[in-house]
Design a protein around this ligand. Structure first.
Ligand code: SF4
Ligand code: SF4
Length: 234
């Protein structure tokens, strides 16, 4: 991985942690998020190439078992993208299918917690963790729904997640994509597990060395380019 890109990823992760900590302290908020609480790890997580490279590098260095699980799950996610990338609600369907991130351990912790991407760092709530489980919020009725809604404040959103960390993660991720465009000339953005897996494919690596056009063609030929949820390059 290009050293300047690694530095940019580490810096963005550090800034994200600082922003979340400052915000929570200033607001006097205590989050419900704990080790062993994992429903958010059922989500469809989208990252840029630099964060995926960084994660693969750390997995290779520190967590070969995690990398093995990515190699196992990656082809399934690639197939899903090729098949379903135009489904309007693919992330919701994926979440409801309760197929966890392969980096989630048996005891419900993130195996790469210090290295997890911005998209994971931005998901925090101060409300009940049960609301994060698939289907729970849409299934609330009557008094339970009213109670849920009464707890939502302007600082929440989407749903019961805290808005400020969510938005900060999005801004920092976009900043990282811009940094990557300056350093590498382009970035690739898409689903986390599939992208970390593809980085282990010689053909994809060769396309990355050749530049934006070859990467786009490589993804197009495999049906992974574009649509609502396919990879994009730019
Ligand atoms: S976002 Fe929800 S599921 Fe994820 S750690 Fe926090 S409380 Fe748990
Ligand atoms: S990388 Fe870690 S925090 Fe992010 S979805 Fe996977 S297990 Fe969860």
């Amino acid at each position: 991985m290009h050293p300047a890109l690694r530095e940019a990823v580490v810096g963005a992760h550090r800034r994200m942690e600082e922003r979340s900590r400052c915000y929570l302290e200033a607001q006097g908020l205590r989050v419900s998020c704990r080790r062993g609480c994992w429903a958010c790890c059922l989500a469809w997580v989208v990252v840029g190439l630099a964060e995926a490279e960084y994660l693969r590098e750390q997995l290779g260095r520190l967590h070969p078992e995690g990398l093995r699980r990515v190699e196992e799950e990656g082809p399934l996610r690639v197939d899903r993208i090729a098949r379903d990338r135009n489904l309007p609600d693919l992330p919701r369907q994926h979440f409801l299918s309760a197929c966890p991130c392969p980096l989630l351990t048996q005891d419900g912790a993130c195996a790469v917690h210090p290295y997890r991407p911005l998209a994971c760092r931005g998901v925090l709530t101060d409300l009940e963790p049960a609301y994060c489980l698939p289907g729970v919020v849409p299934g609330l009725r009557g008094a339970a729904r009213a109670r849920y809604r009464a707890q939502l404040e302007p600082r929440h959103g989407p749903e019961h997640y805290l808005k400020v960390p969510w938005q900060a993660a999005g801004r920092l991720a976009r900043g990282l994509w811009n940094t990557e465009r300056r350093i590498r000339g382009f970035t690739v953005v898409g689903e986390l597990v599939a992208l970390v897996y593809l980085l282990g494919q010689e053909g994809f690596q060769k396309a990355l060395r050749e530049g934006l056009g070859p990467v786009r063609r490589w993804l197009e030929v495999r049906g992974l380019w574009g649509g609502r949820w396919g990879f994009w390059v730019g």
